[in-house]
Design a protein around this ligand. Structure first.
Ligand code: NAP
Length: 270
């Protein structure tokens, strides 16, 4: 029997790790093509959009995909919605891999906001030397803010951009010592971050210095049957899904958000 075929929607370190953790599967990883020199996962790789949910559904059928994994970044809301729709239309089982978000700890001074516009509106009240770590997309939201910005991203941000801006081209993971040095050297007085989850050295460094943090909440994610939070759980879910075959109750999530425990609570609060 041929190996089961898995399509991983990627662009995250978890997606790359999962692609290398599925022996006995034929794995295709899909990247959006936003970065010019992406770290390539193991197995086959395709690059570029599918043309919406319909295009993704057609790809699933053309490529005889047995299991679809949405391991995209928690802020990549469009592709996640498309994945849910394409899985519902085709009956291809969907596994969603989402790293948990961050939680405020003792000593933190976080200000949660719903989106980048909310972060930009709040910024002037909290500081004037900003470490902006929300990535190159959406930097235009801060173009009108009267502050000095150190913006870290993998690729240079496009205009519109803040007038007083220094761009730091770099890719994580980042060390605590490095983050401490950065905050001190640039006399940063406020940090802006998405609630991406994962390594948190910048948050620890901000806590140590008593800096305020503007934390942008995750966009709502579609409720899906098999949401997991680690690569090991995703391997298990993919293996189970590949054995159980196509989802028969097309269009219906197998369990609701209310059944997702901790993760469900986190999602309802978003
Ligand atoms: P998005 O807004 O949700 O998606 C916009 C469009 O890009 C999608 O409709 C789809 O085009 C295409 N696309 C996105 N991810 C794709 C993938 N893995 N494979 C093929 N096409 C994809 O996505 P985004 O926020 O721009 O993120 C793009 C990629 O960067 C994602 O893979 C994500 O994991 C990664 N990333 C995002 C962030 C972030 O903060 N948003 C951070 C780190 C990494 P079609 O409709 O034509 O299929």
């Amino acid at each position: 029997m041929p190996d089961p075929r898995v399509l991983i929607l990627g662009g995250t370190s978890e997606a790359r790790a999962l692609a290398g953790s599925l022996p006995g599967f034929s794995v295709i990883s899909s990247l959006a093509g936003r970065t010019s020199a992406p770290r390539r996962p193991a197995g086959d790789v395709r690059v570029g959009g599918f043309g919406g949910a319909g295009g993704l559904a057609a790809y699933l059928r053309d490529q005889d995909i047995d299991v679809l994994v949405d391991a995209t970044h928690p802020f990549a809301a469009t592709i996640s919605a498309n994945a849910a729709e394409a899985a519902a239309v085709t009956g291809v089982p969907l596994v969603v891999l989402r790293r948990p978000g961050w939680s405020e700890q003792a000593g933190d001074a976080w200000h949660r906001v719903p989106d980048l516009a909310g972060a930009a509106a709040l910024l002037p009240r909290l500081g004037h030397r900003v470490f902006l770590t929300t990535g190159r997309q959406g930097i235009g939201a801060f173009a009108g803010v009267d502050a000095w910005f150190l913006a870290r991203s993998v690729e240079p941000p496009d205009p519109p951009r803040p007038h007083r801006l220094e761009v730091l081209l770099d890719r994580g993971p980042f060390t605590l010592e490095g983050e401490r040095r950065l905050l001190a050297a640039h006399r940063i007085d406020v940090l802006v971050s998405k609630d991406s989850g994962g390594p948190d050295a910048k948050l620890v460094a901000a806590r140590e210095r008593g800096l305020p943090v503007i934390m942008v909440n995750r966009p709502p994610a579609p409720a899906t049957a098999r949401t997991v939070t680690s690569v090991a759980q995703a391997v298990e879910a993919v293996t189970t899904a590949s054995r159980s075959g196509p989802d028969r109750d097309l269009g219906q999530p197998l369990i609701g958000v209310g059944d997702l425990g901790e993760l469900g609570r986190e999602r309802r609060e978003q």
